[in-house]
Write a protein that binds this ligand. Structure first.
Ligand SMILES: [Zn+2]
Length: 59
């Protein structure tokens, strides 16, 4: 089964991290929640590892 987790479509502007939801709207700001296709922390994301490594280096 593919995930039916959705992510707030406006999280980049409204939240400082992705807000996930199982409904069609964000529970925190009420914006549309969109299917979290390329989830920022998707372990299957081919670039995720690279991005995480970069992030780690910044800390
Ligand atoms: Zn939101």
């Amino acid at each position: 089964m593919k995930s039916d987790i959705r992510v707030c479509s406006a999280w980049r502007e409204v939240h400082d991290r992705p807000v996930y939801s199982l409904t069609e709207t964000c529970p925190e700001c009420g914006a549309d929640a969109e299917n979290s296709a390329p989830a920022p922390f998707d372990p299957a994301d081919p670039h995720g590892e690279y991005r995480r490594a970069l992030k780690r280096r910044r800390r």
